[in-house]
Design a protein around this ligand. Structure first.
Ligand SMILES: [Ca+2]
Length: 299
């Protein structure tokens, strides 16, 4: 039954042709028909694939709702400032709203550039109706002071010979590196499981927070550490645990803040504990990650 129907269909689509060379022409048209069939089947399959995407109940919304906005731009003159810093946020797509938080407070809608007077963590997100919100992008602006100006600094173990910066004092010289860690002598690179920094102030110094300025560059096997602890002699003053990344992230300059018991200190010991191995999802799994630092700020 099925076979007969197919024959009938073929006869309709491809009627016998008359005249000399009719057999050849028929052969050519059969080939053409075959090509056309393959082409149509391919198109049909592609359409089917598109339609099998989830949320078929709202096909009209499908196209934009599946597009995630890219992150907005954060524009600042410098990540370090003395008195105040101006922050501008922008996003090129029209009618996109930008939301931001300062030091993890409630998100607010951005409408004009603003100034900050103290060290601030800024997180920014783009939102537009019908699109997925962008990821949050963040940066930390740091108000510098002279607390470490005459401090002594000792780092153990020393930075790797390939990435020594200009020695331990480069960690308190108020000079920051860029994402291009090979440019200049700004970044100290370590491949040790634990790095201990002893910071000896000139006199008793009021401290409530330490910022470590670090690099995250997964392509170059550079990861943030696992944990940072701040000690005074035998007393733990503050610590922070950092989550191991679940997937490769965009390279970024990171400032990690560690709140400590506010007091006057003569010496602080910063213990940086590194991950033992690069995570399993990374090509470098099973080997120790790099850890890069260019500055330590005391507040
Ligand atoms: Ca530096």
């Amino acid at each position: 039954m099925y076979y007969n129907r197919q024959v009938k269909l073929e006869r309709k689509v491809s009627p016998p042709l008359e005249g000399a060379g009719g057999r050849n022409t028929r052969l050519i048209s059969l080939i053409l028909l075959l090509i056309a069939n393959i082409f149509l089947t391919n198109c049909y399959q592609k359409n089917v694939q598109k339609l099998t995407v989830n949320d078929a109940a709202h096909p009209a919304l499908l196209q934009t709702q599946q597009i995630q906005l890219s992150t907005p731009n954060i524009q600042v003159d410098s990540l370090l400032f003395i008195k105040s810093a101006r922050v501008s946020l922008d996003f090129t797509l029209l009618e996109t709203e930008i939301y931001y938080t300062l030091n993890n407070e409630k998100p607010q809608k951005y409408d004009a550039p603003f100034d900050i007077q103290k060290s601030t963590n800024i997180r920014v997100q783009a939102r537009k109706s019908g699109f997925q919100n962008s990821d949050w992008i963040e940066t930390t602006l740091i108000k510098v002071n002279n607390k470490t100006q005459h401090a002594n600094i000792e780092v153990k173990p020393e930075a790797h010979e390939n990435y020594p910066a200009t020695g331990a004092t480069s960690l308190i010289d108020l000079q920051k590196g860029t994402l291009n860690f090979r440019a200049g002598q700004f970044w100290s690179g370590f491949q040790a499981e634990e790095v201990v920094v002893r910071l000896n102030f000139e006199g008793m110094t009021e401290v409530e927070k330490i910022y470590l300025s670090l690099l995250s560059d997964h392509n170059s096997w550079i990861f943030l550490p696992k944990q940072i602890e701040v000690w005074n002699e035998e007393e733990l003053l503050g610590a922070i645990d950092l989550n191991e990344p679940k997937a490769a992230e965009k390279s970024a300059l990171k400032s990690i803040a560690v709140n400590i018991t506010p007091n006057k200190y003569k010496e602080l010991i910063i213990k940086i504990l590194n991950h033992k191995n690069i995570p399993d999802w990374h090509a470098g799994k099973g080997t120790p990650p790099w850890f890069f630092m260019d500055e330590i700020f005391v507040e």
